[in-house]
Design a protein around this ligand. Structure first.
Ligand code: UTP
Length: 471
């Protein structure tokens, strides 16, 4: 496009300020800016802005519309019979052995609260082994494959798809490569990039990150569905014969990757879409809850219900809206295909007010100290309403969920809590396996145990003193 054509297009959408530094740009910078603008579907992105703002403004309390998850759609690890749990696990391991289970690790976030300039998965929370989140998760896959092989004689392997973004793609790929995929096969690991959307000022102007560059951010973890189709992941899954997909966020240090119990539970219920949930810590914990909204499954944010509703208890004294969402889901590939093909463009758009670096009118790069604009995000859980057979599976927070969101100064959901939670879990595994004493930081390699199994020979009647890594 010529300069005049670009200018006319921008004027049509109220975005002509993107050319404000044109006269100062070098020829290469002009080419860059033109390419950036040409790659934008201006009609689409400006309508996204309008839609996102509208749905944000029209948000009212949902108290009248919601109902808790029906008992028939949820089961809890706290109450399930041990034989049933074993059945679920066996079913899940069978799916893994047949090569029908895959993982989507969502690792496209910018990790702004944690404040590191590299992908969160490469974060080392200070375990005795210094293993990073990515390494822990990859080794858990190896252990699971071993368990499936032991039970079924062979294991086709678990495909690991890593969703990255412009912010994390190259570094993540290089990290896996440098570390020899942590013992997984190279062809088992595939990284794919989610899309980005431009960042806007509060009045709908696209922000310039540089005089010749538009400010962009990943389109939220719900960008997954568009990316799966666009990046050829759905066809890759089809070629590999995958049926069950476990989707979770990179920042949960306790995550049971490709959890066979969860997979088996979903298979036994013929669920097409499912969520792992944990009991809320208290009525005012600011976490989304899984429930019914107008009769369809969804996640309701803490801010979308009144205090009275969030405090409602049943006759056993348990919160009625207690199913805390932990970004840990099961989908069949059929369901993912259905969403990608029919609904990915319809997903709700959420507004995140953020501090977005920008170029001011004088051409100086500024880093604002308060929110100056919005990022538009889609959420991975906004597809529950399209499920024809939804299931929730309640697990124990202390065994399965500890998010790494903040730096240590926040004192919660931070490196110290993540490290303490995993070491506490390992201490409990050892004691349960017969250890007499566990003092200090004793860590268990994922290659030795996935979920506390395989430790009796090592632990029985023994005492352990950390720092120590059991390999
Ligand atoms: P969060 O929004 O909680 O974390 O994402 P974040 O984006 O990493 O960090 P902040 O908000 O900037 O501090 C939850 C999960 O969703 C993934 C993240 O990588 C994390 O695993 N995610 C988030 C994406 O994959 N893409 C996104 O666009 C946003």
């Amino acid at each position: 496009m010529t300069y005049l054509e670009i200018k006319a297009l921008l004027q049509k959408h109220g975005q002509e300020h993107l050319l404000q530094f044109w006269d100062e740009l070098s020829p290469e910078e002009r080419d860059c800016l033109i390419e950036d603008i040409e790659n934008l579907d201006l009609m689409e992105v400006t309508s996204y802005f309008t839609r996102a703002i509208k749905s944000n403004e029209s948000k009212s309390l949902l108290d009248e519309k919601i109902q808790p998850i029906p008992d028939s759609s949820i089961e809890s690890i706290k109450t399930v019979l041990p034989e049933q749990l074993q059945k679920y696990e066996r079913l899940g391991l069978e799916e893994i052995a047949k090569g029908k289970a895959a993982i989507i690790l969502m690792a496209g976030g910018q990790g702004t609260r944690l404040g590191v300039d590299y992908p969160k998965g490469m974060y080392n929370v200070g375990l005795p082994s210094n293993k990073t989140l990515f390494e822990l998760q990859a080794l858990r896959i190896k252990r699971l494959q071993h368990m499936a092989r032991e039970l079924f004689g062979d294991c086709a392997g678990i495909a690991l798809y890593i969703m990255t973004s412009d912010a994390t793609h190259e570094t993540t790929l290089a990290y896996f490569k440098e570390n020899d995929y942590f013992g997984l096969n190279e062809n088992q690991v595939k990284a794919f990039k989610q899309s980005t959307l431009p960042c806007f000022t509060f009045d709908g102007k696209i922000i310039l990150d540089d005089k010749h560059k538009i400010a962009r951010a990943p389109d939220g973890n719900g960008g997954l569905y568009v990316a799966l189709e666009k990046e050829g992941i759905l066809s890759d899954m089809e070629n590999r014969g995958i049926n069950s997909v476990h989707v979770f966020s990179v920042d949960n240090i306790l995550v049971k990757v490709a959890d066979p119990v969860f997979i088996g539970y979903c298979l036994s219920r013929s669920a097409d879409c499912a969520a792992k949930v944990v009991s809320k810590r208290s009525a005012d914990e600011p976490v989304g809850v899984v429930c019914l909204v107008d009769g369809l499954f969804g996640v309701v944010e803490y801010s979308e219900i009144s205090k009275t509703t969030s405090q409602l208890c049943n006759d056993k004294g348990t919160l009625v809206y207690n199913a805390g969402n932990i970004c840990n889901h099961y989908f069949t590939t059929e369901f993912l295909n259905k969403i990608a093909k029919n609904y990915s463009k319809e997903l709700d758009l959420h507004v995140a007010k953020k501090k977005i670096p920008f170029i001011d009118a004088s051409g100086t790069k500024c880093k604002p100290s308060t929110s100056n604009g919005i990022k538009i995000e889609k959420f991975v859980f906004d597809v529950f309403k399209y499920s024809s057979k939804f299931a929730a599976w309640e697990v124990l927070r202390e065994d399965e969920f500890s998010g790494l969101k903040n730096s240590d100064s926040a004192k919660e959901d931070c490196p110290t809590t993540a490290r303490n939670h995993i070491l506490d879990l390992h201490r409990r595994w050892l004691l349960k396996s017969g250890a007499k004493n566990v003092d200090g930081n004793v860590e268990i390699s994922p290659l030795l145990s996935y979920a506390g199994e395989n430790l009796v020979d090592i632990a029985k009647d023994k005492s352990f003193r950390g720092p120590l890594v059991l390999n």
